[in-house]
Design a binder for this molecule. Structure first.
Ligand SMILES: [Zn+2]
Length: 121
């Protein structure tokens, strides 16, 4: 048998600008910097997906767009459980980080509405 060395061109073809990852929600393969990495964490004895913004946490990672749509799809498909190869409790998963921001904004609005300001002083 003759050992054929890989031609250089093939190596260059396989080098990509960014590592590619598959979104577990919509199954699109995109640059990993467009996706949020999730790892398996624990809360109240349950295995839960937790975001890994630094991408440095050890263990199996799941990649997901930062959109509620993709998170919803991933939850419905049980994609987290498949990615982590274990049962995952997604009931406590915060689907949209934007939702939190909106709530805070609303709270601030309420705080700003002062009832009859000055009347009790
Ligand atoms: Zn997606």
């Amino acid at each position: 048998m003759q050992v054929v060395k890989q031609p250089r061109e093939k190596i260059y073809v396989s080098v990509q600008h960014q590592p590619q990852r598959t979104c577990i929600g919509c199954r699109q393969v995109v640059d990993q910097n467009q996706l949020q990495r999730w790892v398996l964490g624990h809360a109240d004895g349950h295995a839960v997906p937790v975001p890994d913004p630094t991408r440095r946490l050890s263990g199996r990672g799941a990649w997901l767009h930062r959109t509620p749509e993709c998170a919803e799809r991933a939850i419905k498909r049980g994609a987290f459980a498949r990615s982590f190869r274990t049962k995952v409790d997604v009931s406590s998963l915060v689907i949209a980080p934007e939702a939190e921001v909106q709530t805070q904004t609303r709270e601030n609005t309420f705080t700003n509405v002062q009832p009859e300001s000055g009347s009790e002083i």
